[in-house]
Design a binder for this molecule. Structure first.
Ligand SMILES: Nc1ncnc2c1ncn2[C@@H]1O[C@H](COP(=O)(O)OP(=O)(O)OP(=O)(O)O)[C@@H](O)[C@H]1O
Ligand SMILES: O=P(O)(O)OC[C@H]1O[C@H](OP(=O)(O)OP(=O)(O)O)[C@H](O)[C@@H]1O
Length: 303
């Protein structure tokens, strides 16, 4: 592939590895963005749209998009702030995966119990900006620590959780999802710096303004894929007299679809419901006499 073949194409950055990679590939498939990635090549042309995919480390994507070298990207909200790119990129969609928290962690059995206790000591992290300027500067100010007394923030590229056991740090600032990594390292969280999830971003100062309609199309498709994974269709039969209560339980996104049945006393209701609430909703429907309750997964949708 030569560089000319990228001319006029929308450049779309996707994490090349790590926690967000697989989910991004399924979003691309759901949005019907077709490509064949050649072994070891990080740029590849999309077959059915004027788009080229650029596979980059998640933490590099904010700068590429923020500087306008790439038009669109998927990455973590955390790394946008860490790269100080929040004023240069627009978060178009929250994607509902890659959810984690950046937390201050200390040894479970140690004497440090609060962030105040950790102030002035050594903190190791891959998030120097968020941990340092954004967080511990304030903690230090509250504790009236200045100059040499201030908390020392040291950068490491990975395996942050090992820093305390290795005697490199008194505490760390690192991402936590299930907490397994933290607990395995004998640490516990004493404060949250930030909550994060994956987001779809575009440049706030796009170089190629003619790409706006394509960005809108891709955004709408990605939103559809995300919504399809978040909602199910709940369908059931209910006595007409119970309809007001039923539609309060399953109001749908705009409104529930109500269809008449041969038996005039009954109606069928069909409604989009958030996946996480479905068990409770079915309990409530059973309690008001709903019958033939069926739940259907969505392959894709537009909302
Ligand atoms: N345990 C996790 N659960 C959910 N999301 C996570 C988790 N860890 C990281 N993330 C999200 O994924 C992004 C990329 O993190 P990840 O650890 O996969 O980086 P990476 O590209 O593999 O880099 P490296 O392996 O060098 O740390 C993070 O910025 C964060 O938004
Ligand atoms: O709370 P948990 O579910 O255990 O997740 C937290 C871990 O996930 C991330 O690392 P990852 O496993 O992606 O590998 P990395 O250290 O190579 O970035 C993060 O840096 C933590 O170490």
């Amino acid at each position: 592939m030569n560089l000319e073949s990228l001319d006029g194409r929308l450049l779309f950055a996707v994490p090349k590895k790590g926690r967000l990679h697989e989910k991004c590939l399924s979003i691309l498939a759901g949005a019907d963005i077709q490509f064949r990635r050649h072994h070891r090549l990080d740029v590849c042309l999309v077959l059915n749209h004027p788009i080229a995919l650029v596979f980059l480390p998640a933490s590099d994507i904010p700068s590429f998009v923020g500087k306008g070298n790439v038009d669109l990207g998927i990455t973590g909200h955390d790394v946008i702030l860490e790269a100080k790119m929040q004023d240069h990129v627009t978060e178009i969609l929250r994607l509902g995966f890659g959810k984690c928290a950046l937390q201050v962690q200390v040894p479970e059995s140690g004497s440090i119990k609060t962030v105040g206790d950790l102030a002035g000591k050594r903190v190791v992290t891959s998030f120097e900006v968020l941990a340092g300027g954004e967080y511990f500067d304030e903690v230090d100010a509250r504790q009236q620590l200045s100059g040499d007394q201030k908390t020392r923030i040291e950068y490491v590229g990975g395996s942050v959780e090992a820093a305390c056991a290795l005697g490199l740090a008194d505490g760390i600032v690192d991402l936590v999802e299930s907490g397994d990594t933290m607990r395995a390292a004998g640490l516990h969280a004493i404060a949250t710096v930030l909550n994060s999830e994956a987001v779809l971003i575009k440049s706030s100062v796009p170089k190629h303004t003619n790409l706006a309609p394509l960005i809108e199309l891709i955004t709408s498709r990605v939103a559809g894929v995300i919504a399809a994974s978040k909602y199910v269709i709940c369908q059931y039969n209910i006595l007409r007299t119970e309809l007001p209560t039923a539609t309060m339980i399953t109001p749908g996104r705009r409104a529930a679809t109500i269809s008449p049945l041969e038996d005039e006393k009954w109606v069928a209701v069909s409604s989009m419901v958030e996946k996480g609430t479905i068990a409770t909703i079915m309990d409530q429907l059973v309690a008001i006499g709903a019958e033939d309750i069926m739940i259907f997964n969505l392959d894709n949708c537009r909302v």
